[in-house]
Design a binder for this molecule. Structure first.
Ligand code: SAM
Ligand code: SF4
Length: 337
């Protein structure tokens, strides 16, 4: 449904449950230079290049979404920084009239050379994933990663002067739950925010049994409260994190709790996979193929907009994740985090 009001100049996308959808997560590739155990299987088959949306198709789709009322786009993947011409895409998107901001989630490895160009292209905020501060463990969790490179990436992002740099850590019992306080201290020392994420059962993996590594945000909050004075914060960045302010610091600690504390009621987002499938919900398969449309009717913005509006009618009310089983076969790198 599209609504217009006298106060809001642009149309507003509203789903069947009355939620305004103004946030698009755009996956620009399913490939990655890491192989995080919770995100991917070790031996992955990636999409053939011709199935991935071109830069022009990404731009056209984003433009249609913005005309429909999307105000914020987060670039993700896979690893968005390995997508060729990503800086150019950022410039194209930030030039779209009506879009408030373009942000990105990255593993940070390529930021030492790319942070400054991304900032100059207009990217406003960065989320950087870092799940451990121990080199050996970081390598184990990412299968191939070098912790020093991520830290160099975080430093480069800080120097580049983004409006906000936030860290993200997926916490798994028995793997890195003993590092929650150290990760939070690391963020506080640098004046950064950090969000702790509950692991979701997306995709069949063989490195561990997800049901055994589940740990809830409230458990982590208790651990953190033993070390920090945490003050409730009403702040939201338009995403699913619920924040606490760390007293006497510039940092906030966020919790993303898709398993223990369903946040679907306030869902304001949809996702576009790298091959152009519009996903209405991370935890459901409801989707619409936009690539076929983009390639059969290139440049037909109105048709694209009407298909997006039609797809929105199928946005589910909520997700139901069960860590005992994998209902969603899609890996997180396909989905775009
Ligand atoms: N490669 C980039 C990165 O790692 O930041 C962006 C894509 S990644 C899929 C986006 C976010 O999803 C990361 O913060 C990652 O830790 C998180 N993630 C991946 N698989 C997950 C899972 N199964 N459950 C919860 N979070 C997951
Ligand atoms: Fe790559 Fe990000 Fe998935 Fe890790 S979480 S494998 S960095 S896409």
């Amino acid at each position: 449904m599209i609504e217009t009001s006298s106060k809001i100049k642009a149309p507003t996308l509203v789903d069947p449950f009355g939620r305004t959808i103004d946030y698009l997560r755009l996956s620009v590739t399913d490939r990655c230079n890491l192989r995080c155990t919770y995100c991917m299987a070790e031996d992955m088959t990636f999409l053939p290049k011709q199935q991935i949306l071109s830069l022009e198709e990404l731009h056209d789709t984003a433009a249609a979404f913005v005309e429909l009322g999307i105000r914020k786009i987060r670039l993700t993947g896979g690893e968005p920084l390995i997508r060729r011409n990503i800086v150019k895409l950022v410039s194209l998107l930030t030039a779209l009239p009506g879009l408030d901001e373009v942000t990105m989630t990255t593993n940070g490895l390529l930021l030492p050379t790319m942070a400054q160009p991304l900032k100059e292209a207009g990217l406003s905020r960065l989320n950087i994933s870092i799940d451990s501060l121990k080199s050996e463990r970081f390598k184990q969790l990412t299968r191939v990663g070098n912790l020093e490179e991520v830290i160099a990436g975080i430093n480069a992002a800080t120097v580049a002067g983004f409006k906000k740099v936030k860290l993200n850590a997926v916490i798994m019992a028995g793997f890195n739950d003993d590092e929650v306080i150290d990760l939070a201290k690391f963020a506080v020392d640098q004046g950064l925010d950090i969000s702790f994420i509950e692991e979701m059962p997306l995709g069949e993996i063989d490195s561990h049994q997800r049901v055994k590594t589940q740990i809830t945000s409230s458990n982590l909050r208790e651990k953190l409260a033993s070390e920090f004075n945490l003050i409730n914060s009403a702040e939201t960045t338009g995403g699913p994190s619920r924040y606490l302010q760390v007293a006497n610091s510039d940092s906030k600690i966020g919790f993303i709790s898709p398993m223990s504390n369903n946040f679907c009621e306030s869902c304001n987002r949809v996702r576009l996979t790298a091959e152009g499938r519009l996903l209405l919900c991370l935890g459901n398969e409801h989707s619409m193929d936009l690539r076929e449309l983009l390639r059969s009717y290139p440049g037909d913005r109105n048709l694209l907009k009407s298909k997006i509006t039609e797809a929105l009618k199928t946005k589910p009310e909520r997700h139901y994740f069960d860590p005992e089983q994998v209902d969603i076969l899609r890996f997180m790198n396909m989905t775009g985090g």
